[in-house]
Write a protein that binds this ligand. Structure first.
Ligand SMILES: Cc1ncc(COP(=O)(O)O)c(C=O)c1O
Length: 394
């Protein structure tokens, strides 16, 4: 039983609860062994290095890579910056292509590359009237990539509407033109099965805190099988991570990321089924309670959407007001990307789907996790109904 106004956390695209097993795996690396993984002259340093290598193996296994293809970073934002800026600086690249619905961590890097003289193309996506809102037109992508060596950066799955892109089809197009593909996989681990080698990614970015790991740690995959992808470092110093990312390694964070990835793999099948069932239950309850509610993004059961994602709007009700009312009753949800939720601008993702500014402002996003319960879903649906009624919706 959830007490009245007890917390119901449904903002799992923004971040997830750290799994208690992950916390436990991290603790000794703060207290008993706080050695520097770069200190090869004593046992504490060597053990820390071994722990980092064990975590590298766990992360590699979870994403379908080999350990030597994994570089530890401070999170997906840093990985994306390193991948995109590092690739453009190292390789012969004349243009960068990004869908308009990417996360700010990609769009802002593309803007910066453009200011530095690179040609940048921002691709539109299918609109809300289509069967697959959020999808890219792959013929259009093909036509754009063919104009020169290109860096294409595309997310595995969208953090607002959950749209899952056909990465291996995109990789085929990109590679046919001898270009490079970076995939932002921040929302993928634990929510989808993931094999970056099979998908054909050249570079891929990951974040621990989206899959029940700690904040401030992530990884970059740099392909070395079949293709030896090269990037220039962006942070210089002690030469850690084979010189690609200098800086003393965050041993507890890296150990936590390794364990989080391992758990995500072990629990994947059960978790994705459970999350999809809870997400669909929430949608069905909301449809029953608020008949004119609208779904944003791909259809619920289309297979085009992350199993944990729901994005809705209630016509006539402002999303920020609704979120404040929900928050008062203990429900955590959001208007979209956590990184930009302080900004009053309506979601660029929803605008790209063709929603009006008003419709985009009405929209709110829910994200369940493998730790969400059925009772929480029922409580959230009832509280949303109450919030909508208290705001005068009939
Ligand atoms: C799709 C996507 N890319 C990148 C990021 C940034 O990840 P991090 O918080 O690890 O820097 C996020 C986080 O919201 C995300 O959802």
């Amino acid at each position: 039983m959830i007490p009245d106004n007890g917390p119901v956390y449904l903002d799992n695209h923004a971040t997830t609860r750290v799994d208690p097993d992950v916390v436990e795996s991290m603790l000794p690396w703060f207290t008993d062994n706080y050695g520097n993984a770069g200190s090869g002259t004593h046992a504490m340093g060597v053990e820390a290095r071994d722990a980092v290598e064990a975590a590298r193996q766990q992360v590699a296994q979870a994403v379908g890579a080999t350990p030597r293809e994994i570089i530890f970073t401070s999170g997906a934002t840093e990985s994306i910056n390193l991948a995109m800026v590092g690739a453009v600086s190292r390789q012969l690249i004349t243009q960068c292509i990004v869908p308009k619905t990417e996360h700010a961590a990609v769009l802002d890097v593309a803007d910066q590359l453009e200011r530095q003289g690179l040609s940048v193309c921002r691709l539109p996506v299918a609109t809300k009237e289509s069967k697959a809102p959020g999808a890219l037109d792959l013929d259009n992508l093909d036509a754009m990539v063919c104009s020169g060596p290109t860096l294409v950066s595309i997310m595995f799955a969208n953090n607002e509407i959950g749209f899952v892109h056909p990465i291996s089809d995109i990789a085929d197009i990109v590679h046919a033109h001898e270009s490079l593909l970076h995939v932002d996989c921040a929302q993928a681990i634990g929510n989808c099965s993931l094999d970056v080698t099979a998908l054909g990614a050249d570079l891929a970015s990951f974040s621990a805190h989206k899959c029940h790991g700690p904040k401030g740690v992530g990884a970059l995959y740099v392909r070395r099988q079949q293709r030896n992808v090269r990037i220039d470092p962006q942070v210089f110093g002690g030469g850690q991570e084979r010189g690609i990312r200098s800086g003393t390694l965050n041993v507890p964070g890296i150990v936590g990321m390794g364990r989080a990835c391992e758990l995500a793999g072990e629990k994947l099948d059960a978790a994705t089924k459970q999350m999809a069932a809870l997400r669909t239950k929430l949608w069905n309850l909301l449809l029953e309670y608020i008949p004119d509610i609208q779904l944003n993004g791909p259809p619920i059961e289309s297979g085009l959407r992350l199993p944990n994602n729901l994005n809705i709007r209630v016509p006539g009700i402002d999303g920020a007001t609704l979120l404040a009312e929900l928050s008062r009753t203990g429900v955590a949800a959001s208007s979209g990307s956590a990184c930009s939720s302080e900004q009053p601008r309506p979601s660029h993702v929803l605008r790209a789907l063709g929603l009006s500014e008003e419709e985009a402002r009405q929209s709110i996003r829910f994200g369940v996790s493998r730790m969400t319960s059925s009772e929480e879903i029922e409580a959230a649906a009832e509280r949303l109904k109450g919030a909508v009624e208290s705001l005068g919706h009939v």
